[in-house]
Design a protein around this ligand. Structure first.
Ligand code: ZN
Length: 503
């Protein structure tokens, strides 16, 4: 009896996942292909689908099946495929059914209006006009947290949407220790008299050569183009359309090498994760990505740990010089390597380098936590933002456009999302250090252009695990220790001390 109930449950959930892939395909098309006037009808298509998906996710039959299965032997081992499936479907079902419909609708409305207001406010550098929207969004987020319930603090409930099972206290601890080590490191780099010349990155890089080279490198590290595509969008993303169809995008700037190239590596890293999930488990929790932080760890591992390493460029630089003879023909490898690893405190998160990036996240994480807990008033947010930039990065934005108004997240109701970027960097460094140990020295392999061992290691340890463990459990199982700030700090020190002459 319980086997057939389990099969019904799986069939229902898998079909919901198929609807979700149609939603992803519509979204991809909207960003890559849709003609300008297609928007209104596309909105109709998208809202019909999302309503349908929501109905399926809160279908009362799910509740019945789940309570029938609670005592089943299939649920006995929470980390087995069936145990994971039952546990995770229950988790999502409970979350979806706990939120009152009016609150969901109000949140959706507040997000749409908030984003519109944010666009105008950013353009006009007018925080005051955006403040009432932000107040409303944080009030609704507090209500959301109350409706969902939480183990320790309201922020836990919001964080759980992006890092299932993660606790605010744990994240605050790890990120706090990261901040305490990072602030002095970044200050020492900023004070160093050594400054790499980044002029070489702004020479002319013809678009076709960039595309050819980017595709080539993405394929070399293991993005499978027979099950994936690369297209152009203003804001790059990676979208899994199905088990054999993963699409990544990038943008090209003929006068800035990093933009497309590292964007492609980043999205290819996301894509390699999606392509490494167990296809036969598609749509079910054991075949789905575990968290935003782990997803981001995969993109950042390929982009930064691999893609900005000297070993990687010892392999690819001669090819880059052949693709871009006018730009790179006279540039020694060491100068190019220093340029792509330029570190300097800056105001804009999305343009930040590998070392300073996490300080941008810390500012946002600490402020959204204070806002949610009513320790900070929205009216005081711009000032608090400037103070934190000054104390963590040593610089202060001259206006709110380059300060608190730069990101879209809060305006769209994304609270609890920012820390996943830094968790991604931390997981990436810790996993890379473990792979380096397990595989007997990655640098030599990268230098020979051998990426399969690292990719296979990630597939076996991380991708194929799906949601059988939480992100924190998975990292601890694979690396033998809980998530720590130390591997990232060790990596940054080892890399930047010689580049900037630090002791
Ligand atoms: Zn990413």
């Amino acid at each position: 009896m319980s086997t057939s109930t389990y099969e019904q449950l799986c069939r229902h959930v898998r079909q919901t996942a198929v609807f979700a892939t149609i939603e992803s395909l519509l979204y991809w098309d909207e960003r890559c292909m849709m003609p300008p006037h297609g928007g209104a009808f596309r909105a109709e298509q998208a809202s019909l689908l999302s309503g349908l998906i929501h109905e399926r996710q809160t279908d009362p039959r799910l509740g019945e099946w789940l309570s029938e299965l609670a005592a089943s032997p299939l649920a006995a081992d929470p980390h087995s495929d069936s145990g994971t499936t039952i546990r995770q479907i229950k988790r999502l079902y409970d979350k979806k059914t706990r939120l009152p419909r009016e609150l969901v609708e109000e949140l959706t409305r507040a997000a749409v209006l908030g984003q519109q207001a944010w666009q105008v406010a950013r353009r006009d550098d007018d925080f005051a006009s955006f403040a009432p929207h932000l107040e409303r969004i944080f009030r609704l987020k507090r209500e959301q947290a109350q409706a969902l319930g939480y183990p320790q603090t309201p922020y836990d409930a919001l964080l759980d949407d992006f890092e299932p099972g993660e606790l605010t206290s744990h994240v605050a601890g790890v990120l706090g220790r990261l901040r305490d080590s990072l602030v002095p490191l970044v200050a020492a780099i900023a004070d160093s008299p050594r400054r790499p010349s980044v002029e070489v990155l702004h020479r002319h890089y013809p678009l076709e050569a960039q595309e050819r080279f980017g595709r080539h490198v993405a394929a070399c590290i293991g993005f499978d183009f027979s099950r994936g595509r690369l297209d152009v969008t203003a804001h790059p993303f990676c979208s899994g359309i199905g088990p054999q169809d993963c699409r990544i995008t990038t943008r090209y700037d003929e006068h800035y090498f990093n933009s497309a190239f590292f964007g492609i590596l980043h999205e290819a890293g996301h894509g390699i994760y999606d392509q490494g999930l167990r296809a036969e488990m598609f749509g079910l929790p054991p075949g789905e990505a575990v968290s935003m932080g782990i997803h981001e760890s995969q993109s950042r591992l390929w982009e930064n740990l691999v893609g900005r390493s000297l070993a990687f460029w010892r392999h690819f630089y001669p090819q880059a010089q052949r693709e871009f003879p006018a730009a790179l023909g006279d540039v020694p490898l060491e100068a190019f390597y220093a340029a792509i690893n330029d570190v300097r405190p800056s105001l804009i998160r999305v343009e930040a380098d590998e070392a300073t990036y996490n300080l941008h996240i810390l500012v946002r994480f600490e402020l959204e936590l204070d806002l949610l807990q009513d320790r900070l008033r929205v009216a005081d947010l711009p000032g608090a933002w400037r103070e934190k930039y000054l104390s963590y990065l040593g610089i202060m934005p001259p206006d709110d456009r380059q300060g608190v108004l730069q990101d879209i997240h809060w305006s769209g109701g994304l609270v609890g999302y920012f820390p996943t970027y830094s968790l991604g960097n931390l997981y990436a460094a810790q996993l890379y250090a473990q792979a380096d140990q397990d595989l007997g020295g990655l640098a030599a392999q990268l230098e020979r252009g051998e990426f399969a061992p690292l990719r296979t290691w990630l597939r076996e340890k991380i991708h194929s695990a799906g949601q059988c463990y939480t992100a924190a459990e998975l990292a601890e199982r694979v690396t033998g220790r809980p998530l720590s700030h130390e591997p990232l700090i060790l990596h940054l020190r080892a890399k930047f001390a010689p580049l900037y002459g630090l002791d």
